[in-house]
Design a protein around this ligand. Structure first.
Ligand code: GDP
Length: 478
């Protein structure tokens, strides 16, 4: 019963009450004690197994090398508020949408494709049309990689601002190459050289300075140099990514956004990642299923099929899936329904028992002892920039040996925000707060996402504890 479990856990060194949830390691320990083999399965693993039981696999291309063809890069636009993300996305789209028909009404479906000519070849680019990095982070938190390239928009009259740095860190954490659009160069006080200097300090060095990032001066308002920006995206994709997919297999991809439409029922904009999606296909998207009744493109026109990197709005689903969930074409409606029902049941159960495994300093130690974890990611927040710098300097001096590495993925002055927690959740990081408090719903979100926030008022105490964790000596907190 519960009481003897609590007792047993206590003897294993875990203080829990009967209604508390325990983490994966504790469950494994408990299993050992009781002579059971406890396997802790992540939702991703669980879903993989579910698909496997239907002989399906999400995530890799089928077929031979010969079946793979170049696919367009998928691009997210990021940057500080008011630096022109929305304006730029609109300008790029208006300047040049694939298959634009005279009199066609543009429709915001969450993503669109444009084309451009590079070295005499017609090349396409897909833009995720939800400015800001919320969508990007949400998708990544679900473990799906939605974008190939990030365009970092920086207003030339304003320069690098806090959210510029935040966006930069998000893109880096996702290991996505960055193209910088230095925007608003039409303004008299624009200083694009200053922007280059500022970003160089953050390690984003322009090609013209000998670095490997492409910077393009643009004006979203005057539609200046938009073609150059498109070219830079294509060149960056060609230089550092091998973007190919098999268009002949059954389609798979991600849900970009979805909602319930009064007239049309559930509609979902999906991004095809491999294969070709066709009207009439049986499809399962997250916990929703159905037969693709119709597809609509970014011009509001019906389309019959969508090839890799093509976004399309899909009609005919049974429910509204979540952004970032995957979709997969299956043999028939029956299979789609069975998979969807299993997923839905699991989502319901998970929602009830919602408390994700926490990533704490102690967890880190435990997994390090087992030789699993070698990297501790930290986000530092402090009351003044001096304290953040002092903390980071001191951390850099900790001698951790070769096996472990300490990575500060973001730092900043001010309260701990929900965006900090999002980044921590997506990167498995721990947040260190020095003389600061959480803001708004940050604590709530951290609880839900299983992100640990540690607060300190004395620098050496923070250093001591992190050092102890890195050396596997942190005392458990009771
Ligand atoms: P977002 O918050 O990054 O999406 O920024 P918006 O696209 O909403 O742009 C913020 C403001 O800057 C708006 O008033 C835009 O009209 C203006 N803006 C955007 N791009 C340019 C530009 O290239 N030149 C000038 N002068 N203004 C711009």
């Amino acid at each position: 019963d519960a009481a003897s479990l609590v007792q047993m856990l206590f003897s294993l060194g875990e203080m829990v009450t009967a209604t508390e949830s325990v983490n994966a390691e504790t469950l494994e320990l408990l299993g050992e004690e009781l002579n059971y083999v406890v396997q802790v399965v992540s939702p991703e693993d669980e879903d993989r197994e579910l698909l496997e039981s239907f002989d399906l696999e999400f995530g890799s291309d089928e077929g031979d090398e010969d079946d793979l063809v170049i696919r367009p890069p998928v691009v997210t636009v990021m940057g500080h508020v008011d630096h022109g993300k929305t304006k730029l996305l609109d300008a790029l789209r208006n300047a040049n949408v694939v298959d634009k028909e005279a009199g066609g009404i543009t429709q915001h479906i969450g993503a669109y494709q444009v084309h451009t000519e590079v070295d005499g070849n017609d090349r396409r680019i897909t833009f995720i049309d939800t400015p800001g990095h919320e969508a990007f982070t949400a998708m990544r938190a679900r473990g799906s990689k939605s974008s190939d390239i990030a365009v970092l928009v920086v207003a030339a009259d304003d320069g690098v601002m806090p959210q510029t740095v935040e966006a930069l860190n998000h893109a880096r954490a996702a290991d996505v190459p960055i193209v910088v659009a230095v925007n608003k160069i039409d303004k008299p006080d624009a200083d694009p050289t200053k922007v280059r200097g500022q970003l160089t300090e953050y390690g984003l060095v322009p090609e013209e300075y000998g670095g490997d990032s492409m910077f393009v001066d643009v004006s979203a308002k005057s539609e200046l140099n938009l073609d150059k920006l498109l070219e830079a995206i294509v060149l960056t994709a060609d230089a550092s990514l091998d973007l190919r997919a098999n268009p002949t297999q059954d389609a798979q991809g991600l849900v970009v956004e979805a909602h319930l439409d009064k007239g049309r029922g559930p509609v979902a904009t999906v991004l095809v990642q491999r294969g070709t999606l066709r009207v009439g296909d049986s499809i399962v998207a997250g916990p929703a299923h159905g037969r693709v009744r119709a597809m609509i493109d970014e011009n509001g026109d019906p389309i019959e099929e969508a090839d890799p990197s093509r976004p399309a709005m899909v009609l005919g689903l049974s429910a509204v899936p979540g952004a970032g969930q995957n979709f997969i074409v299956v043999e028939d409606d029956r299979m789609a329904r069975q998979i969807a029902e299993k997923r839905e049941a699991r989502e319901r159960a998970a929602n009830q028992a919602r408390r994700r495994v926490r990533r704490t300093l102690e967890d880190f130690m435990a997994s390090m002892e087992k030789g699993e974890s070698q990297e501790l990611n930290l986000i530092l927040k402090g009351d003044v920039s001096g304290s953040v710098e002092a903390l980071e300097d001191a951390l850099a001096k900790i001698d951790v040996g070769d096996e472990v590495s300490l990575r500060v993925i973001d730092r900043g002055v001010g309260a701990i925000t929900e965006t900090n927690v999002d980044l921590a959740a997506a990167s498995d990081a721990i947040i260190i707060g020095f003389n600061v408090r959480p803001q708004g719903k940050a604590t709530e979100l951290a609880d839900r996402e299983g992100v640990e926030i540690r607060y300190y008022t004395v620098i050496y105490q923070a250093i001591d504890e992190i050092e102890a964790a890195l050396k596997g000596m942190l005392k458990p907190e009771f």
